[in-house]
Design a protein around this ligand. Sequence first.
Ligand SMILES: Cc1cc2nc3c(=O)[nH]c(=O)nc-3n(C[C@H](O)[C@H](O)[C@H](O)COP(=O)(O)O)c2cc1C
Length: 262
Amino acid sequence: MIKINYDKCVGCLKCTRVCIWTIIEERDGKPYVLEDKTRGCAKCMHCGIVCPEGAIEFNDAPMMIGEDKPIVSDTFAEDMESFLLTRRSYRDFREEEVDEAIIRKALETAAWAPSAKNQHPTRYYVVQGREKVDAVMGHILDYIRETGESPEVLSELERGNNLVLGHAQTLILAYSRNNAINAPQDTALALDYADLMLQSRGVGTCWAGYLTRFANKIPALQEMFPLPDNNSFYGALLVGWPKEDYLYIPERLKRADITFVK
Ligand SMILES: Cc1cc2nc3c(=O)[nH]c(=O)nc-3n(C[C@H](O)[C@H](O)[C@H](O)COP(=O)(O)O)c2cc1C
């Protein structure tokens, strides 16, 4: 588990201050790992990444990825704001598929999203190709015709507007075990990280609420995308190369309603 290399440790005690569960405490000016508390370790690695001497290891391996400190550009804050304001929902896509490598990278990056007790319970199905996506839509249409639910999907489809899948050829379905501490939030955060990563590379995405709801209801979809017991879908994205570019930032009629309490 957590091991401090006392040959390297300079006793700055930063590691004791960042541990959420106070597993590392100060003794005689040096950090000390309370072994009987390590069962509760969130494995967040904060103790290791705050250590200026690289003196803390986890399971005999470094706690950080790479030796170099990550750098962001001088214009990062402005770029980030522009990026967030220009991220949009895309529903119409070109025929050309988004490379698996781009999707994999985005989903892998999502592992760095915040997650309750660092549980990261989110897992994914990525559906690729017209044939599979049409099969998903077929099951949804069968279900709607059978149950009469969401009739607007049928009426819009008659006008050539697919409210559920747009013109996507790639879908990401995110699921989690229901008994994770914060399954809905963890999944939304992970998927949002992936969403932002994809959009930063010019890929168009759209959150797919209809699809998420149908995936949890329709047995034929559950057969297509089997989940372990007590798991549910908590989010989904439509993915593709956008057909149109948005030119401006849209006016937002609902703005932040903030109350500071001091
Ligand atoms: C949880 C969630 C579910 C959504 N479900 C759908 C959906 O099923 N179909 C759709 O076309 N858009 C869906 N959207 C996209 C919203 O309609 C969109 O975010 C909103 O209109 C604002 O547009 P913008 O994302 O370009 O700012 C969903 C968004 C969220 C956050």
